[in-house]
Design a protein around this ligand. Structure first.
Ligand SMILES: [Zn+2]
Length: 275
C-alpha cells in the first residue's frame, strides 16, 4: 500500500507540478497586467502634471475669469422713412420738416440713455440705430438676439387727441407675474416719476392697434426678442406739457432709466456682475 501511495504522489507531482507552476506564472503575469492597466488609467493626469514645466503650471492656475458684461439693447423707435408720431397729426398741409417727429425724439433719448449707462462698469449698451435710418422691426430683434442681450428697451413717444403721460408696454405673457419686464417697467416709471412726468399711465400688456385689437397681441419687438423687453412711451407728441418735459428733462430721464435698471439689477443680485 505504501509503495503504491508513494508512486502515486510522484505521478501527481509530475503531472500537476508543472501545471501548478504554470498557474503561478499566469497569476503573477495577470497581477502585473492589472497593475499596468491601473497605472495607465491614472497616468494621463500624472503625465500632464509631471510633464508641464514650472512656468506653464503657474499660468494654468485659474486667472480671475473675466466677467461677462450685462448687455442692454436700446432701441430708438422708428427712423429714416418711418417718422412715427408727430406733434401735429391732423395738419396734413404742413411738411414733416416743420413738425416735431417722434423718430428724432426717440433717437435723442436713446443716445442719452446709452451715455448714461457709460458710468456703470460691466454694462454694455448696444443700439439698434444711432442715426436717422430706417431699421426693420425684425432686424431690431435680430440685433438684440444675436448679441445675446440681457434686456431690451424700446423708446417711443405717443400720439393721441388728448393724452398725456408716460406708459410702458410689455408682453401679454407677463400679465400677473413679477416678471423681469414688469419689474423693469415699475422701476423705470418710479425713477421717471421722481424726475417729473405729467401722468403715470402705468403698465400695459400686449398691443394697441385700434379698439378691436386692444391688448390682443404684442408689440413686435416685445414678441420677437428673446430677452425681457419693454416698450416705453415717453409722453405724447401731441401734448405741449409732455414735449416741454421731454426737452427740459432729457438728460435726467436718460439718467433715470439707467439708474432704474442698475437699481433693479442690484436688487436682483445681478449687479455688480459676479465673476
Ligand atoms: Zn413709436
Amino acid at each position: 500500500m505504501a509503495k503504491r501511495r508513494r508512486v502515486r504522489w510522484d505521478r501527481v507531482l509530475l503531472v500537476f507540478g508543472p501545471l501548478l507552476l504554470l498557474i503561478l506564472i499566469l497569476c503573477f503575469s495577470c497581477h502585473h497586467r492589472d497593475k499596468d492597466t491601473m497605472d495607465q488609467t491614472s497616468s494621463p493626469d500624472n503625465l500632464v502634471e509631471s510633464s508641464l514645466p514650472a512656468e506653464t503650471s503657474e499660468v494654468a492656475v485659474p486667472v480671475e475669469a473675466e466677467a461677462r458684461p450685462l448687455v442692454i439693447c436700446i432701441d430708438a423707435g422708428h427712423g429714416g422713412k418711418d417718422s412715427g408720431a408727430t406733434d401735429k397729426p391732423n395738419d396734413k398741409s404742413m411738411s414733416e420738416a416743420n413738425k416735431r417727429l417722434e423718430k428724432n425724439d426717440n433717437l435723442n433719448l436713446s443716445l442719452a440713455v446709452r451715455d448714461a449707462f457709460q458710468k456703470y462698469p460691466d454694462i454694455q449698451v448696444i443700439m439698434t440705430r444711432e442715426t436717422d435710418v430706417f431699421v426693420e422691426l425684425q432686424d431690431r430683434c435680430d440685433i438684440a438676439n444675436n448679441a445675446n442681450a440681457d434686456f431690451f428697451i424700446s423708446l417711443h413717444r405717443n400720439m393721441a387727441e388728448n393724452g398725456k403721460g408716460v406708459e410702458v408696454w410689455i408682453n401679454n405673457d407677463s400679465m400677473g407675474d413679477n416678471t423681469m419686464d414688469k419689474l423693469m417697467s415699475e422701476y423705470i416709471l418710479d425713477w421717471l416719476e421722481k424726475v417729473g412726468i405729467s401722468e403715470r399711465r402705468g403698465i400695459h400688456y400686449g398691443f394697441r392697434e385700434g379698439e378691436g385689437n386692444y391688448e390682443s397681441n404684442n408689440y413686435y419687438v416685445n414678441r420677437y426678442t428673446n430677452m425681457p423687453s419693454i416698450l416705453l412711451e415717453m409722453g405724447f407728441m401731441t401734448s405741449k406739457e409732455d414735449n416741454r418735459n421731454f426737452d427740459d428733462h432729457l438728460e435726467e430721464y436718460a439718467d433715470a432709466i439707467a439708474s432704474a435698471m442698475i437699481e433693479l439689477l442690484t436688487d436682483k443680485g445681478l449687479y455688480p456682475v459676479q465673476t
